[in-house]
Design a protein around this ligand. Structure first.
Ligand code: XMP
Ligand code: MG
Length: 190
């Protein structure tokens, strides 16, 4: 079996500095779950949480368990905007929803909102609206507002952060660190 050091040796030398603890994440999740439960208390339509793979998988798994009302969940995969700087916006939906969203209140769950280009140019929200969802809103674990290039209305946000590259709790650096129970900042060594 590969040792961690064998895997990470392929990457530039770097370290991961603890940033948001497991306890802070879990505490904020309880608050978000409570807020969502309250907001949809008198709504008698199905509530569907749609996680954007892969980064939101762990956040969504914990979030649904902090909501005390019936909730469905599903996942989509969209091709990453990556490091592209152009705004012509070729972003595709790689894995679509499994079931109909008609008549459901949908919350799109993202790990982190950065420039906003992926969400905008995947037309994910428009797509879900066009399929007659009752409502569509956005929930992000992390928001980097200073990096935004297109406006995105965020209804639920875990933490607002400065412009750091973060990993852990579902988020990756070259597919590594998704399994960290906390969020860390990647510092590339000189
Ligand atoms: P935007 O909003 O720029 O975000 O379209 C696109 C995707 O980029 C990822 N992203 C990150 N992933 N650490 C990560 O692991 C980060 O600091 C980071 N910033 C952006 C994220 O998947 C987002 O959906
Ligand atoms: Mg993502």
């Amino acid at each position: 079996m590969n040792r961690m050091s064998d895997i990470t040796e392929a990457l530039p030398p770097h370290r991961v500095v603890p940033f948001i603890t497991e306890e802070q994440i879990q505490h904020r999740l309880q608050q978000l779950g409570k807020q969502i439960t309250e907001d949809y208390r008198d709504v008698h339509r199905p509530l569907l949480l749609v996680g954007v793979l892969k980064g939101a998988a762990i956040f969504l798994a914990d979030l649904v368990r902090s909501i005390s009302r019936p909730v469905e969940f599903d996942f989509v995969a969209i091709s990453s905007y990556g490091k592209a700087t152009h705004t012509s916006g070729e972003v595709r939906i790689l894995k679509d929803l499994d079931a109909s969203v008609a008549g459901k209140d949908v919350i799109i769950v993202e790990d982190i909102l950065d420039t906003g280009l992926t969400l905008r140019f995947s037309y994910l929200m428009e797509n879900i609206r066009n399929r007659h969802a009752a409502s569509v809103s956005v929930c992000v674990l992390l928001d980097k507002p200073s990096r935004r290039r297109v406006p995105i209305e965020v209804r639920y946000c875990g933490f607002r952060i400065d412009n750091h590259f973060v990993v852990g709790y579902g988020m990756d650096y070259a597919e590594q660190y998704r399994n960290l129970p906390y969020i860390g900042i990647v510092e590339i060594s000189e």
